[in-house]
Design a protein. Sequence first.
Length: 249
Amino acid sequence: MTDREGAMFGAIRQSPNLRGELVDKFAAQIEAGDLAPGQRLPTEQEIVNATGVSRTVVREALASLRARGLITTRQGLGAFVAQEPPPKTFSIVPTDVESIDEILAVLELRIGVEGEAAALAATRRTAKDLALMARQLDAIDRAIAETGLAATEDAAFHRAISLASHNAYFSRLFDTFGTAMIPRQWTQFDRLEPDERERHFERTRREHRAIHDAIAARDAKAAQRAMRLHLTRSYKRFEQLRDGAGHLK
């Protein structure tokens, strides 16, 4: 590895998200042109030596960069910067959300974005928008009754709110969350006792209803507050999982 490459890939500080930091470092260098289109990346071992992270972290980081279209791999030759990197658009892909800390980061973004979307929805919603939200709430109840899970239906309710903002950028940004919104493997609902699971879903049902009712009443502040409360409670539940509580409250 050349001196210049060694300078590019300095040591990564120890943190809960080493893979994410390494991905960000590579992405920033590609976008800045420090790593040119078609340029061969250092080998896995060279990156390990330069950054101090494990080979597993390096492989996960390279996989994430491939998923973003920033690099390509050639059998027996290694990894290369993509000749035509994708446009600089925002996205969250599943490999971006593989730890609870990353889920918390997504929730922090959602709290800001969806709180404002709910406030706008309260001032701009139509009868058609309210009807869609009501249908999605009913769909959540049916899914819980039939399967005990309602991740897809829950996401559809939140998307209906972004649509009711009548600002297409909110729904477009919401769609970037995709399946990374709350990865199912982290919800741990299957580990809850039946009564504990019912309490959780009933609390979520009340929170959703409060958001809907505030939007229906055209109360922007109440809608924003209800959405922030709902997502903040989700945030706190994942904090408990990260800190070893072992269950959702």
